[in-house]
Design a protein around this ligand. Structure first.
Ligand code: MOS
Length: 698
């Protein structure tokens, strides 16, 4: 081991280590892994929304050259666990939503599989279905909890009475549309069975998650399932185990030992891998003459699938954002004959903070207070929900720094005050927040080789965020060795177990395990070997010990988002020439990759503000605009100069690195900042996303 402590690498913008391979096309994603004699799977999807698959005629399909098998519930492998109705496909003739997998065709080429799939005749008996999201739905219900384990409803003080006696009140309803997880890389699998072992190359946010899920479904020991994923082309929350990997594993079982390859088409992505629920959010605020909130009420209605509940935690952000003695939050669900919704791009905070931060802007206006100042005035000393101190909370610093850099002091307080050519010009602000999540169960092994290399092993995955680089930086500093002396192995269940890349928890969870292993290694070297590396090298494994401060501090990241917006007076066209985000997210491990993530998050937010809207036709139960021609996302021409920076934040409680997750923080608040700026430009308050041009024309 080196005796001179090298310069720390955490905090340095080391270029992402896998970048050159990605640019050259040499970084292998799931579908690109080389396998012998691959076969190709094309799915059969339910052509009705609810009912039964009465009869299947595969005669013509099976007669096609290159076709190996056609399978449906009639001949599919039986699953041992059918608890998860989304994953337990092909176990009966029941159809639960349009587009659900009802079978598959395996052939020697993707073309042959797809052609034959079109020739399979599916005769269905159609039942009654209900796919229309209505806030007055008769079967509206309260779930037991909201994602992942938050209380469904909360009440503090007496919100009704406080609202009735408030000096200034606001009562408004905001809506956000259905949005679809659309990472650049589609969901993709290569599945291979040999005897009783299943091998998967899978595009995923968690190799152990896939391993455990598939083992349970097929009645295997987790050791019998190996999952490999060196690179994932974006997750968006949807790259957990969905039915596509189950279908691929079933197909591979039928053609054992040949590998089966399945990549979903973009249209299949709209039907099968989850989505964000639309929301209807009723917000009521009360304030005293000093502009301090006296009541906050946030009621949310959203949809879920009849076959599997997912309750987005939309109002949870409202429990912690602002000081207020009387507070009410509640979630209700409409159960429909649709595919299950899932995690997506800061679930909860993203739609919830659109509503809350729009309402805060409206309330600031109603109180005659600048919206930056209004938020500062309602800053809590302690977490209002738990009464705990924050491990660190620098929203005010973000607001002040952002206002300074944005030139906020020059802004006219009144809306519709500025015209340039035919454009109405305005600016807006909104706050951002995201919890610090640490998922249990990650371990890391560190081996010092006789040659002096430090090899770090952990089954973490990099979904495009820079994990390959950041974890090496963390390991190098914890081991007190140079970055270049560290080797990292990830993305394989043969490595020590790692938690899921979700909830922006990766660096916190995996970094904590790596630091624990590094500390253990250095201690062992000192106590057992007098600091001299033994001839055969040394290896230590440690588990993330968990955070002893969790019960004592409330842990969140914060940010302030600023937007310039131009709305054309005649056409209503809306443009966003400038976004600025200032964040407080603890210690930044790698400024270059962190900046990329935050810009990416704000681009998601811009996309949500202006474009994304998945329209489900209640007559047929499917998303009609199921491709990028009609489901619009922000493209280069839409994305303005996005500036990102952060304030220094020293947090000794969150984890050994002092870092907070940044993968999702950037999207939160962006849409509200844009909506608030659009109001400032035009005097028209758009409470229903996306902010399309028709909403400015009357
Ligand atoms: Mo993220 S939506 O928690 O993968």
């Amino acid at each position: 081991m080196t005796t001179i402590t090298p310069t720390p690498t955490v905090g340095v913008s080391i270029p992402r280590v896998e970048g050159p391979d990605k640019v050259k096309g040499q970084a292998r994603y799931a579908y690109e892994q080389p396998v012998d004699r691959p076969t190709y799977l094309y799915p059969l999807q339910a052509p009705i929304t609810a009912g039964r698959l009465a009869a299947v005629d595969a005669t013509e399909a099976l007669a096609q050259p290159g076709v190996l098998t056609v399978f449906t519930h009639q001949n599919a492998p039986r699953l041992v666990s059918t608890e998860d109705a989304e994953l337990a496909i092909l176990q009966s003739d029941e159809i639960a939503f349009r587009g659900q997998f009802v079978g598959g065709v395996v052939a020697d080429s993707p073309e042959a599989a797809r052609h034959a799939a079109a020739l399979v005749r599916l005769d269905c008996t159609e039942g009654a279905h209900d796919t229309e999201f209505r806030p007055d739905h008769p079967h509206l219900y309260a779930p037991d909890h909201v994602n992942p384990w938050f209380d469904t409803d909360t009440d503090q003080g007496d919100t009704q009475t406080a609202l009735a006696s408030a000096h200034v009140t606001l009562d408004a309803t905001y809506t956000t549309p259905r949005e679809i997880n659309n990472p650049l890389e589609p969901h993709a699998t290569i599945a291979i069975w040999t005897d009783d072992e299943l091998m998967l190359y899978e595009a995923t946010q968690g190799v152990n998650w896939v391993q455990q899920t598939l083992a349970a479904l097929f009645g295997l020991d987790p050791q019998q399932v190996r999952v490999i994923c060196p690179h994932t082309g974006g997750g968006f929350g949807s790259k957990g185990p969905h039915s596509n990997v189950v279908l691929a594993a079933m197909a591979a079982k039928l053609v054992t030992p040949r590998p089966v390859k399945l990549a979903l088409t973009r249209q299949q992505m709209f039907a099968l891998v989850g989505f964000r629920t639309p929301t209807v959010q009723h917000i009521r605020l009360g304030a005293n003459p000093q502009g301090r909130l006296t009541a906050i009420s946030h009621d949310v209605i959203e949809e879920t699938a009849k076959i599997k509940e997912f309750a987005e935690q939309t109002a949870v952000c409202t429990r912690t954002m602002y000081a207020c003695p009387n507070r009410h939050t509640a979630h209700r669900l409409v159960p429909l004959d649709v595919q299950p919704p899932t995690f997506m791009r800061a679930p909860g905070e993203t739609p919830g903070m659109f509503a809350l931060e729009s309402a805060m802007d409206e309330m600031a206006s109603a109180c005659g207070i600048d919206p930056v100042e209004f938020r500062i005035r309602n800053e809590p000393d302690l977490d209002p929900e738990t009464g705990l101190p924050y491990s660190s909370r620098n929203l005010v610093a973000c607001l002040r720094e952002g206002a300074h850099r944005f030139g906020w002091q020059d802004r006219a307080p009144d809306p519709r005050a500025r015209r340039e050519g035919g454009w109405l010009v305005g600016s807006g602000v909104a706050a951002s927040t995201f919890p610090v999540v640490r998922l249990p169960g990650s371990s890391a092994t560190i081996q010092v080789t006789p040659g002096g290399r430090h090899v770090v092993r952990i089954a973490a995955v990099d979904i495009g965020t820079g994990t390959w680089t950041a974890l090496r930086q963390i390991a190098a500093d914890a081991l007190k060795v140079p970055f270049d002396e560290v080797d990292l192995r990830m993305g394989d269940t043969a490595l020590p177990q790692a938690s899921v890349e979700g909830g922006s928890s990766g660096i916190t969870s995996w970094g904590s395990a790596i630091v624990a292993a590094a500390v253990a290694l250095r201690e062992r070297l000192m106590s057992e070997h007098d600091g001299v590396l033994p001839e055969g090298g040394l290896e230590v494994t440690a588990e993330d010990p968990g955070n002893p401060y969790t019960q004592h501090y409330s842990m969140h990241s914060f940010g302030a988002q600023f937007a310039d917006v131009r709305v054309h007076e005649v056409t209503g066209e809306i443009r966003v020439p400038r976004l600025l985000g200032i964040f407080a997210a603890g210690r930044i491990i790698n400024p270059a990759t962190a900046r990329s993530q935050l810009i990416g998050g704000m681009t998601w937010g811009l996309s949500m503000a202006l474009h994304e809207d998945a329209f489900r036709d209640p007559r047929f139960g499917h998303v009609v605009n199921q491709d990028f021609a009609e489901y619009h996302i922000s493209t280069n021409a839409d994305v303005p100069a996005i500036e990102v920076d952060w304030v220094d934040e020293d947090d000794p409680y969150v984890n050994p690195m002092g870092s907070k997750g940044i993968g999702e923080l950037g999207i939160v608040g962006t849409a509200a900042a844009i909506a608030n700026a659009a109001y400032h430009a035009t005097g028209i308050r758009v409470r229903d996303l996306p902010i399309t041009l028709d909403k400015f024309l009357s």
